[in-house]
Design a protein around this ligand. Structure first.
Ligand code: NAG
Length: 391
């Protein structure tokens, strides 16, 4: 009888120890983030505090905000985990183990990771299939020195933690298409990431620089895009939202640009907006040459709680507009709670109402006070995720 009671007490004791052990990693992660003085934004806080993030990579899909909403279509029981082990590239007959095989050939939900650090020189643009996540966390992956990334008529795509740079224009030719069939592809400008008729795309924590055309183009009816936590630097034309003045389908384009770090050495288009609507919030602008935000063809912009630091020499004006006299000046540029340093100025549209993003519950995020922008964008671009602590 007595031994039974002792046994019972002993088991309780064991149970308590197990519970304590299970909860300790979370406690220490929170403590660590406090020690580092890290102030994480809402996207990062969703996964970076978990020291076991490597074992739960697809959980990232629940962390997005803004027009892309949550990326939960990318995860589930039928998710295929694919590991890139081979940095080589064959644009027509991709080998198993290469990035192109995982991104273009495999259909359905795919979560792509990389076995080790890699420099991938693509022979032709990489056409990413719908329901694909490319996850470079924990390794150094460069896509550089030739063709780069393209999302062509596809949806539900995550690009996270990749360096894309020194992208070059590509002559027309055939390439493995996003549906696993070889297709002809016309001339492609040297952009790092180009979206063509794409929707529900999340581009997070990438470092993009030094490309021959632009770093990120959202074109031809693309919409529902969130561009977050990226570092854009050393570039003339940074980000284009809206294909050309004549492409009216882009009137429906909605893009969220949040927690990005622009500069140093960026010239213009951060972004340049045509037709559609952009909510640009909590970004850090380290100078520009011609302008930071511009547009034509009746674009709408809500610039909210960004920190604009004007360059020491040159234009202090954040905005630029191309007036189109046939259509009148219908641009709507609104600045709300932005901060301006070094003499920066912002020409706003007089009168009218600030166009609200009208986010749904799952798209909504709280824009924070501009005083926190420096710390919230401090880890923009590639994260150094060490093996032992939080990412
Ligand atoms: C949000 O809704 C209001 C009211 O319907 C509308 O005027 C505004 O254009 C909408 N904003 C966007 C970005 O569509």
């Amino acid at each position: 009888m007595v031994s039974h009671v002792i046994n019972h007490i002993l088991w309780r004791f064991v149970l308590i120890i197990v519970i304590i052990t299970l909860y300790t990693p979370n406690l220490s992660a929170a403590k660590q983030s406090k020690i580092n003085g890290l102030k994480m934004n809402v996207i990062d806080r969703c996964w970076r505090l978990n020291p076991e993030w490597r074992r739960h990579r697809p959980q990232l899909a629940t962390c997005s905000v803004g027009y892309t909403g949550k990326m939960t279509n990318n995860i589930g029981k039928d998710l295929i985990h694919y590991i890139v082990i081979d940095p080589s590239d064959d644009p027509i007959n991709p080998k198993r183990g290469t990035l192109r095989y995982g991104a273009s050939v495999i259909q359905g939900k795919v979560w792509i990771t990389f076995q080790r650090d890699m420099h991938i020189k693509l022979e032709r643009p990489l056409l990413i299939s719908s329901f694909t996540a490319i996850d470079g966390r924990g390794v150094n992956v460069h896509i550089a020195n030739n063709a780069c990334l393209m999302i062509f008529k596809a949806t539900n795509i995550i690009i996270h933690g990749i360096r894309v740079h020194h992208c070059k224009p590509q002559a027309p030719g055939v390439v493995m298409g996003p549906e696993g069939k070889v297709i002809p592809l016309g001339h492609v400008d040297g952009d790092a990431i180009r979206l063509v008729t794409a929707s529900k795309i999340w581009i997070d924590h990438n470092t993009l620089y030094n490309c021959q055309d632009g770093l990120l183009d959202v074109t031809r009816g693309s919409t529902d895009v969130t561009i977050s936590n990226n570092w854009f630097r050393d570039q003339d034309k940074v980000m284009l939202l809206g294909h050309d003045d004549g492409y009216v389908r882009d009137q429906n384009m909605k893009v969220t640009v949040v927690y990005n770090h622009f500069g140093p050495n960026c010239n213009q288009r951060m972004p340049r907006i045509r037709h559609g609507y952009a909510h640009v919030a909590n970004n850090l602008y380290l100078g520009w040459v011609q302008y930071a935000i511009g547009g034509s063809m009746g674009p709408s912009l809500k610039s909210e709680a960004n920190l604009f630091i004007a360059p020491t020499i040159g234009s202090k004006e954040v905005t630029w507009r191309k007036s189109n006299h046939n259509n009148g000046d219908t641009w709507e540029f609104h600045s709300v709670k932005d901060a301006f340093e070094n003499g920066a100025s912002f020409t706003v549209t007089k009168g009218g109402r600030v166009p609200k993003p009208n986010y749904s519950n799952e798209q909504y995020f709280k824009v924070v006070d501009v005083n926190f922008v420096r710390s919230l964008t401090r880890s923009s671009g590639i994260l150094g995720c060490s093996k032992t602590s939080v990412c």
